[in-house]
Design a protein around this ligand. Structure first.
Ligand SMILES: Nc1nc2c(ncn2[C@@H]2O[C@H](COP(=O)(O)OP(=O)(O)OP(=O)(O)O)[C@@H](O)[C@H]2O)c(=O)[nH]1
Ligand SMILES: [Mg+2]
Length: 459
């Protein structure tokens, strides 16, 4: 899969900017700029690794730009190959002309993620670290940034490797026993193996458990806004986002489809989901919207249930009971909206009997939203983690850990039941394979293509 040709790409965003960076990587790649780059210092010393050279980039008589080029020797670069970065002025015309020259001189456009894939193939990083590069670029909040950086520095990889090392030791002993099967020898103590498997099981489970946090950190904490039509759900969505994302109107049944957007608060990301107002209706489209609202509730981590203080529902207690039964995983916040329109004392009295905590708010005037958000922050503090803890954020890793965990259970079973070594060896191998998939010790071309195709071009 690894090709040894020279690749180039614009690594900074397209469009006008102060500067642009073009990356070139591959064996003997410096030859592609030899006809165009004229630098006084490079003429005297040649190119040294990790040094920047200032000079003119020209094609025959056409002076294209003044550029700064940084060189990296083979074995010392991000990709592990000889490579360099051209820093030029951020004009689309200049970028296009420089790229044309390098392409004509014998390189080709890089595929998405090809630099990182080369870094992986050349052993500069493992697969979990390569995936962390994409996570780091896409990190939208401090927590996600911390987790991605930790993974990039090998946090997850070193834990997985230490699990593998222990397993490899026992797996090879059991396989050795198979070679001497006639002689009834036991190279691996079953007691020690069992202890190791039990502790591995605990460790794998704790990593798997962290995926719940990891998923919330990466994709946002699913926060559904539900309630009767006209309760002010879309107004609340807009107020929290600070923009007119959803249509607001006094007509009940305005929102039909679900509307999602991300919202950041106190270093955490929430995926706010506005839904169709819940009521009995014969309208076909509205019915579909209401069904979708319940589906969102069933998947939500948090539900804001809005009640219109000017027109409260009669059977609030039952509604909340029903909601909590259909979405037992969710934390429900009862929000009494439009309190700007009513005497607050009367409202509080009205809902005092609900036996639930509730938040008097006005989505329109944004009154009470701070208290609601502070309560939200506290209720979702489970997504906070200690910086020393490794967190799994990638569904692919979680899937591999799940398979590893199954194989460990089978191995424990095999040891306890004193099952023949060949079957035990097979289960231990399966556990090793699951772990190996995470760091890429075991990978297929399809898997790699799938992972790296999601990267940006130039990374
Ligand atoms: N006075 C006041 N009016 C509000 C408040 N929140 C919403 N409204 C008004 O209530 C009406 C309905 O608001 P929406 O946000 O469209 O309500 P919704 O719950 O999304 O309604 P559907 O999409 O039909 O289910 C609009 O006229 C809003 O301006 C509030 O806090 N105070
Ligand atoms: Mg609406």
């Amino acid at each position: 899969m690894l090709r040894d040709d020279i690749i180039c790409a614009l690594s900074t965003p397209q469009g006008i900017g102060a500067l642009a960076i073009i990356r070139v990587s591959g064996e003997n790649s410096h030859a592609t700029i030899a006809p165009f780059f004229n630098s006084k210092r490079a003429t005297k010393t040649g190119y040294e690794s990790h040094r920047a050279y200032f000079g003119d980039f020209s094609v025959k008589e056409e002076h294209i730009d003044e550029v700064l080029i940084t060189f990296f020797d083979e074995g010392k670069s991000f990709t592990g190959e000889e490579s360099f970065e051209i820093s030029c002025h951020g004009s689309p015309y200049i970028v296009q002309r420089i790229m044309e020259c390098i392409l004509e001189a014998g390189s080709r456009l890089a595929d998405p993620g090809e630099y990182t894939m080369r870094a992986f193939m050349n052993g500069r990083m493992d697969l979990a670290q390569a995936e962390a590069v994409a996570d780091l670029i896409h990190a939208e909040n401090k927590t996600m940034h911390d987790v991605a950086l930790r993974q990039l520095k090998g946090g997850l990889s070193s834990e997985i490797s230490s699990f593998r090392d222990e397993l490899v030791h026992f797996a090879s002993m059991i396989e050795l026993e198979l070679d001497f099967s006639e002689e009834d020898v036991e190279f691996a103590s079953r007691k020690q193996l069992l202890n190791m498997l039990q502790s591995l099981k605990t460790n794998v489970h704790s990593l798997l458990d962290s995926f719940k946090y990891g998923n919330a950190i990466k994709n946002g904490i699913a926060t559904a806004i539900l309630g009767a039509p006209n309760a002010g759900k879309s107004t609340l969505l807009n107020a929290l986002l600070g923009e007119d994302r959803a249509i607001v109107s006094a007509i009940a049944g305005t929102t039909r489809d679900t509307i999602e957007d991300t919202f950041h608060y106190a270093g955490l990301t929430y995926r706010l989901i506005d839904t169709a107002g819940i009521r009995d209706t014969e309208d076909y489209v509205e019915k579909i919207g209401i069904k979708k609202a319940f589906e969102q509730a069933e998947k939500a981590d948090v539900i804001f249930y809005l009640i219109d203080a000017t027109d409260p529902e009669k059977d609030v207690e039952n509604r909340i009971k029903y909601l909590k039964a259909s979405a037992p995983q969710a934390i429900v916040f009862l929000c009494i909206n439009k309190t700007d329109q009513v005497d607050t004392d009367v409202t509080l009295d009205l809902f005092q009997d609900t036996k639930h905590d509730f938040f008097p708010i006005s989505a329109k005037s944004k009154k009470g939203l701070n208290s609601l958000l502070e309560a939200l922050k506290e209720a979702t503090a489970w997504t906070a983690h200690s910086s020393s803890q490794t967190i799994v954020t990638n569904a692919r890793h979680a899937d591999a850990l799940r398979r590893t965990s199954l194989a460990i259970d089978k191995s424990i079973n095999a040891v306890e039941l004193n099952i023949p070594g060949d079957l035990l060896a097979q289960d231990l191998r399966a556990a090793l394979d699951g772990l190996g998939e995470i760091t890429g010790t075991i990978s297929t071309d399809d898997l790699l293509a799938n992972i790296f195709s999601k990267f940006c071009i130039g990374k």
